[in-house]
Ligand binder design. Structure first.
Ligand code: PEP
Length: 250
């Protein structure tokens, strides 16, 4: 039997100052309301990882980074390695977010290198994949997502260090979401490809949905077949909104 605990992860993007620890503490206080088998994670900017990790110590909320360099150390001014994230208290890292792919021109090969770095550092890699509006309009959704999945996920992946996040680019931060049928189709394809490539362990790999998940659509989106949780952007910045999404698992 597959054992896929739901995961609700918040991506704070480039939001948050030291004062935001108070907002995060609201999540820590309220997380007892979330069903016991739901995993919770918050990915703040790198500057806040240590403070959030200290605040979250002993709680059920894990801390993640939003990106990492593929190398463990070196002459890469401004970059942060997976080892540094782990050292600061992170347990996971988002790699290949569409904003990184778009604004930093990250390729599938770059993302795979980062996912390997995460594994090397003992972090879970949350690998993001998803089509643009133009690709969807051209009927290329499945082909694009399949290609990104194949190129971004390293060989010998195991469920304890890999999570996939299907995030249609056009749904991120727009208030738009695909239909349940569309999400189910993409998640079904992802699961099939994971099974072909990784066999039995793939049954325990979680595939999240991301893109405009909010408290008022969470119940519907999280109930879609094959959706093992959510990667939440804007709505994760407010403790009550994030908790309302997580408590959609009634
Ligand atoms: C994201 O950035 O991963 C995301 C899903 O953003 P939002 O929830 O704001 O659409």
């Amino acid at each position: 039997m597959p054992s896929r605990r739901p995961l609700v992860a918040g991506n704070w993007k480039m939001h948050g100052l030291k004062a935001s620890v108070a907002q995060f503490e609201g999540i820590l206080r309220g997380c007892t309301r979330v069903r016991g088998d739901v995993d919770l994670m918050v990915c703040p900017p790198a500057t806040l990882i240590a403070a959030f990790a200290a605040a979250a110590e002993g709680s059920r909320v894990a801390i993640g980074g939003q990106d990492c360099h593929a190398e463990p150390s070196g002459a890469h001014t401004g970059d942060i390695s997976a080892e540094m994230l782990a050292d600061a208290g992170a347990r996971a890292v988002i790699v290949g977010h569409s904003e990184r792919r778009t604004y930093h021109r990250e390729t599938d090969a770059d993302v795979r290198g980062k996912a390997l770095a995460a594994r090397r550092a003992g972090l879970v890699a949350i690998v993001c994949i998803g089509e643009t509006q133009a690709e969807r309009a051209a009927g290329q959704t499945l082909a694009v997502v399949e290609r990104q999945l194949a190129g971004s996920v390293p060989d010998r992946a195991q469920p304890d260090h890999l999570v996939i996040a299907y995030e249609p680019v056009w749904a991120i931060g727009t208030g738009l979401t695909p239909t349940a049928t569309d999400i189910e189709e993409v998640h079904g394809m992802i699961r099939e490809r994971l099974a072909t490539r990784f066999g039995r362990p793939s049954e325990d790999m979680r595939v999240l949905y991301g893109g405009s998940v909010k408290s008022d659509n969470a119940r519907e989106l999280l109930a879609v077949g094959g959706v093992d949780g959510a990667l939440v952007g804007g709505a994760s910045l407010k403790a009550e909104e994030f908790l309302a999404i997580a408590t959609a698992y009634a």
